[in-house]
Write a protein that binds this ligand. Structure first.
Ligand SMILES: [Zn+2]
Length: 165
C-alpha cells in the first residue's frame, strides 16, 4: 500500500458496473472522464435529457446510430458519495451514457475501445455544438433524416427524444 485512496468516483464506478451488468451482461466496461466540450456545453445548454440528446444527435450524422438510447443527466452533485453512486447506477439502467452536470461523463460498453468511442462521439458532437452555438443556424440534420439512419443501421432509438411521432 502506498497510502493512496481510490478515486473519488469509486462508489459511482462500482455501482454503475453492477447496474449496467444487470441490463446487459456484455457491458463490462465503465469509463469516466471530463471531456472539455461536453463540459462546456453543460454551461450553455439546458440540462434536459431529451433536449441535450437531441442537440447532439443533430451535430453529427453518426450520433443517433452510436448512442440511440440517448444521454442521461444528473444535476451537479458531490462526487465520491454513495448518493451520486446510486443516482448514476439508476441512470445506467436506462442509459449507457450519463452526464454529471458540470463535472464529466460516464460511459458503459463491451470493450475499452467501444466505450472510449462512445464518449468520443459525444465529445465530438459537443465540440461542433460549441463551435456553432453562437452562430446563426442555417442547416441541421432533421428528425426525418435521423429516422432514415435508424432504419438503415437497424438500431432502436428513443423515439420520445425525437420531435416527431
Ligand atoms: Zn470525475
Amino acid at each position: 500500500m502506498d497510502g493512496g485512496r481510490p478515486t473519488s468516483e469509486f462508489p459511482a464506478h462500482l455501482m454503475s458496473h453492477m447496474a449496467r451488468l444487470k441490463v446487459d451482461p456484455e457491458n463490462r466496461v465503465v469509463m469516466h472522464s471530463h471531456p472539455t466540450n461536453t463540459l462546456a456545453m453543460n454551461f450553455v445548454h439546458e440540462l434536459d435529457e431529451k433536449k441535450f440528446t437531441h442537440t447532439l444527435w443533430e451535430m453529427c450524422t453518426e450520433c443517433i446510430v452510436v448512442f440511440p438510447d440517448g444521454i442521461g443527466i444528473l444535476p451537479w452533485m458531490l462526487c465520491g458519495t454513495d448518493e451520486i453512486g446510486k443516482a448514476t447506477a439508476k441512470k445506467m439502467e436506462e442509459f449507457r451514457l450519463v452526464v454529471w452536470a458540470m463535472h464529466g461523463i460516464y460511459g458503459a460498453g463491451k470493450t475499452m475501445d467501444e466505450t472510449f468511442g462512445l464518449i468520443e462521439t459525444v465529445e465530438k458532437a459537443a465540440q461542433i455544438y460549441m463551435l456553432t452555438a453562437h452562430l446563426p443556424r442555417k442547416n441541421t440534420i432533421k428528425d426525418e433524416e435521423m429516422l432514415q439512419l435508424v432504419d438503415l443501421f437497424r438500431v432502436n432509438c428513443r423515439k420520445d427524444f425525437l420531435n416527431i411521432k
